[in-house]
Design a binder for this molecule. Sequence first.
Ligand code: LCV
Length: 263
Amino acid sequence: METTFEQLEVAITGKIGVITLNNPSKHHALSTALIDEMCAALEEMLYRQVRVVILRAPAGSKVFSAGHDVRELPTNGRDPLTYDDPVRRVIRMIELFPAPVIAMVEGTVWGGACELVMSCDLIVAGDDSTFAVTPAKLGMPYNISGVQNFLNTGGMPLCKEMLFTAQPMGVQRLVDQGIVSHAVPRAELESLTRRMAEQIANNSPLVISLLKEELRLLSASHNLGPETFERVQAMRRLVYDSKDYQEGIKAFFEKRAPQFQGE
Ligand code: LCV
């Protein structure tokens, strides 16, 4: 099966599905349209009982994904990163998808795309890849489930460095931390990923689906009480109601460094 959406290419060969980001003019930014198509592609793969999914960008991509589509971020005082934010929706879908999703990363990964990649079950990357977690650079009130995903995957010190500096981090740091399974020359990336996908597809899909769900439940960290959650939401509201939030987005479109005032 080969389906070309507007901003994705989707292929199913045997029991392996491949989703290729295809929004090059915006460096595969995670627009609502692209995410809606990704959710539809995963639905199709669920129906076709695909046993492993590979999420990738076109071969040779300089940018794997530029993260949230900044053009879609609200500037009218609404929460920009809610429970129904497109990236959150597809991350939950990946986490609950009964088969493993392998992120095959080439190029640079930005913002919400880092969380999307890190929500996948396995990450293999070109050895020149970088990952930049950018809310602090853009003035964005990242949501607590997103921070939890980063913390679950990366551990506290690496998380703090990535979140506080908002600078691109070389893939080897993520390999050393066990976040990225393999970093190889780009020329070897596709064969390594394909080999891993075939190994998984040849195993018992029922057992793998059970193992994936058991691991998901065991990795979910402690639940926050309602009062704590509300207090964090109030802190987030201060951010997206702030002048700094407006400045972060304005600076992005003016292609300049933001001048945050802390208000
Ligand atoms: C819309 C874009 C984007 C984009 N959205 O090419 O994690 S959070 O909380 O921060 C969350 C809110 C989030 O994910 O925010 C987005 C975080 N992403 C980034 O900070 C990356 C922003 N993009 C860049 O830094 C550059 O575009 C890179 C380094 C990816 C590529 O640079 P390059 O010089 O090759 P341009 O910047 O010229 O981008 C080409 C076109 O893609 C648009 C950008 O506005 C430009 O459009 P125009 O040709 O209309 O000017 N674009 C890039 N990223 N995230 N649009």
